[in-house]
Design a protein. Structure first.
Length: 339
């Protein structure tokens, strides 16, 4: 079907939601940058790699709006011709009109088709669904991403519900080009993860001991059930700390004067490490012992609460750049396999 042409009217109905799952949201990458001074973390997809690949597979720019589907349960009726791709968590049995379709590969849809997926058995936790043309929700502060805590972006700042209708942008009339990401470039989703981090900003001996750092990078941290887009909570741990209290910042040694948190920062609230997600607090007063490097942030979106474990591996700036370059290589459309 590579010779057919997609022709659509502006803002054409793309999907009507039949089953929205537990918290499906509209997200775009990289979210609303430059808004931290106003109290907004960027939002955007928890797994930016899967979201961007899904967009590339349907011919969109990598930053077009997609649907982020936690746990995988979702179904929708198609209202416009185009391409769809699903990337992310395994075991969700995505289907088109009841016939299973593969992940990491685009497929053609027509009006009246039913796209659905069941509960993702894993490994992995989130799926990303892209539609050719992207989803045309209004931009708020320069992004279409849903920020659930602030209630902005997406559709009325909330998760999707049954009956929501998503419109799509209008791509230039073009030949349909189904594609897939080669197996060699696809990520693996284990149950026991290794996530690359860089020290700081509070790994100074003033705050934590060398033993605290050694414990941090050697422990297998369990992902807590109370994890969401704001923060991924890990199991508690008794840190030694280099001081007995936080001084003017508070009574616990994990307290520091309020400062701007980094996306992917791992702050320690008392005895509980938390990885700050895209809807997290933009500032606060807890020690940030390490920060997840950009190329590894996608892994946070696929951690399965209550089951998966994490080990953190310290890397330097050069390795962080190399990891980022590898990620961008996989996102180059020239490396796709045409079907």
């Amino acid at each position: 079907m590579n010779h057919e042409i997609i022709r659509r009217s502006p803002d054409e109905h793309a999907l009507e939601v039949l089953d929205a799952g537990i918290q499906t949201t509209v997200q775009d990458w990289p979210g609303r940058r430059g808004m931290r001074p106003r109290g907004f973390f960027p939002s955007g997809p928890m797994d930016h790699f899967a979201a961007r690949v899904a967009n590339v597979l349907v011919g969109n720019a990598g930053g077009a709006a997609v649907l982020e589907i936690p746990v995988g349960r979702f179904s929708a009726r198609v209202g416009a011709p185009g391409l769809v791709a699903l990337c992310g968590a395994e075991g969700a049995a995505p289907s088109l009109n009841g016939i299973e379709v593969p992940l990491w590969e685009s497929f053609e849809v027509r009006p009246g088709d039913l796209v659905s997926c069941s509960r993702a058995k894993g490994p992995g936790f989130r799926l990303n669904l892209a539609f050719s043309g992207g989803f045309a929700v209004p931009e708020v502060f320069g992004s279409r991403s849903t920020h659930l805590v602030a209630g902005v972006g997406g559709i009325d700042g909330r998760a999707l519900i049954r009956g929501d209708v998503l419109t799509t942008g209008t791509p230039k009339a073009r030949a349909i080009r189904r594609a897939r990401l080669p197996q060699s470039l696809r990520p693996t989703y284990p149950e026991h993860w290794e996530i690359e981090v860089m020290r700081g900003p509070h790994t100074d001996p003033e705050f934590v001991t060398e033993q605290d750092w050694a414990d941090f990078v050697s422990a297998a941290w369990r992902v807590n059930m109370n994890s969401d887009r704001s923060a991924t909570r890990l199991n508690t741990h008794h840190f030694q700390w280099s001081r007995t209290d936080g001084g003017a910042a508070g009574g616990h040694p994990s307290n520091v004067p309020d400062f701007s948190y980094p996306l992917g920062g791992i702050h320690i609230n008392g005895d509980t490490p938390m990885i700050l997600g895209p809807d997290g607090a933009s500032s606060g007063g807890f020690v940030v012992i390490a920060t997840v490097v950009h190329a590894a942030l996608w892994k946070i979106g696929q951690l399965r609460p209550g089951r998966d474990t994490v080990r953190f591996r310290e890397v330097g700036i050069q390795e962080a750049y190399a990891l980022a370059a590898h990620t961008e290589y996989a996102l180059d459309p020239r490396h796709l396999e045409t079907l």
